[in-house]
Ligand binder design. Structure first.
Ligand SMILES: Cc1cc2nc3c(=O)[nH]c(=O)nc-3n(C[C@H](O)[C@H](O)[C@H](O)COP(=O)(O)O)c2cc1C
Length: 196
């Protein structure tokens, strides 16, 4: 079902920490992988992690990033947009919030975004709990599986989805671009002001 982000700034602050795997195993593996490196005390900036093969998701991402940058033009909040293949643990660890954008693929997120999660999961598992995130999914018929696939991993990381997922199905309409801009602008403004 399509869900508009317009006018919505609902805080979905959840303390639920449902992990989809056994926590002790993950804690141990994460310690081995990340060692004793300190977690950055001050996180800064919005990180946009996106993938698009045929360009449709990219159109929505451009609207979201443009609005995000416009929303914080008077402040120092950086807005960094990276492809899912480029972004890694370092970028996530220094982000104060993340916007994830993916096309639907076989009822799941894109392989590129899954690759991103596979690379960041253990390095970030113990160090990004509570990280605010938002999600944009573009599909042709049904984006529910893609949304669920991202939310499941984000829940495992104990990230907080702070805005409703934006699902765009079919041809991109002007109102979809407005909703994408609303999503990016609201997320950046919320991070900038400390609302999130
Ligand atoms: C291999 C493949 C699998 C897809 N699976 C889905 C799907 O499960 N649900 C859906 O709504 N659209 C699906 N689509 C359609 C794409 O998500 C849709 O065309 C989208 O706009 C492509 O985004 P992009 O232009 O950013 O790559 C699929 C497309 C391809 C090529």
């Amino acid at each position: 079902m399509r869900e508009s982000a317009a006018g919505s700034c609902a805080l979905l602050v959840t303390t639920a920490r449902a992990r989809f795997c056994s926590a002790p195993y993950h804690h141990e593996v994460a310690r081995e992988i990340v060692g004793e490196e300190p977690v950055p005390e001050t996180r800064h900036g919005l990180l946009v992690v996106h993938h698009s093969r045929a360009g449709h998701t990219e159109i929505l991402v451009e609207a979201a990033v443009g609005a995000a940058r416009a929303a914080v033009e008077d402040s120092d909040l950086p807005v960094e947009a990276l492809s899912a293949f480029e972004a890694g643990p370092d970028e996530v660890l220094r982000a104060s919030g993340v916007l994830l954008a993916t096309p639907a693929r076989f009822g799941y997120m894109s392989g590129a975004l899954k690759d991103f999660f596979e690379r960041i999961y253990h390095p970030c598992l113990e160090r990004t709990q509570g990280l605010p995130y938002a999600l944009l999914v573009k599909g042709d018929t049904d984006t529910s599986g893609a949304v669920a696939s991202v939310e499941r991993i984000a829940t495992g990381l104990a990230w907080r989805r702070v805005l409703p997922a934006l699902e765009v199905v079919g041809e991109i309409r002007p109102e979809d671009l407005e909703a994408a801009a609303e999503l990016g602008g609201s997320l950046a403004a919320g991070l900038d002001t400390g609302v999130f």
